[in-house]
Write a new protein. Structure first.
Length: 235
């Protein structure tokens, strides 16, 4: 798609957001891939198209299950039309198994199934490295009010239940994932994306990664693994 004439509102590591109207934006998925807070960077042909397809698939399912999302309609292979939101400056991390920074932080082995899902928050700020933040600090700094924070956590847990159940049918473990939310007219919506860039997906039998850890750890071909995930979920 050509974005000629559309104002770019934001460019992140993996997406660009363009203003379509006063109520809508276009979210474009780039082929860029980064790791370790941008220290490792590449452009991998086909990645953006896959992530967009997976995100739309998940957003549609979550809408059907009662989770309001930013998604409005498909546009082309690498972009979709979405609601323009005021993005809440928090990243919501849901963990079902130990992996990544959680293992480093608490000195535990990778791959342990947690007794119950954990919901964590980090401050959405690239310059600070998205530091972890607790509920008390969120409320004390008035980043959001208590009702919104409660609703965000409720939706995060609901999304986890829906996607865990869905992916288990394809022999995929939902290890952990990151969510973002936004507000419009007082209503909360799931925003951004849900893809192998923002989630950890493991094969149930081999514990092999089907996500960006393949790129982080240099254990395989990223597009090949993402494509395998697509195939598993029937896309």
């Amino acid at each position: 798609m050509s974005f000629h004439g559309l104002k770019m509102l934001y460019e992140g590591k993996a997406k660009k957001i363009f203003e379509k109207s006063k109520d809508e934006v276009v979210i474009y998925f780039k082929d860029d891939v980064t790791a370790f807070n941008g220290e490792k960077k590449d452009s991998i042909s086909g990645k953006g198209k896959i992530n967009k397809k997976i995100s739309v698939f998940f957003f549609k399912i979550l809408e059907e299950k009662g989770v309001p999302t930013q998604f409005i309609k498909d546009l082309d292979e690498t972009s979709f039309v979405a609601r323009k939101l005021d993005i809440i400056p928090l990243e919501v991390i849901v963990r079902n198994y130990t992996a990544g920074s959680f293992c480093k932080r608490y000195g535990v082995k990778k791959g342990i199934k947690l007794k119950e899902p954990i919901v964590e928050f980090s401050l959405k700020d690239d310059e600070l490295g998205d530091p972890m933040i607790c509920k008390n600090v969120i409320l004390s700094l008035e980043l959001v009010d208590g009702d919104i924070l409660e609703k965000i956590e409720h939706y995060a847990r609901k999304i986890n239940e829906i996607l865990t159940r869905l992916l288990s049918q394809s022999n995929i473990i939902l290890v952990d994932f990151k969510l973002e939310f936004g507000v419009k007219d007082g209503n909360i919506y799931l925003a951004d994306e849900i893809s192998p860039d923002t989630c950890r997906f493991w094969d149930k039998n081999t514990m092999e990664s089907l996500d960006k850890d393949v790129y982080r750890e240099e254990t395989g071909d990223l597009v090949e693994r993402y494509s395998e995930f697509l195939r598993r979920i029937g896309l």
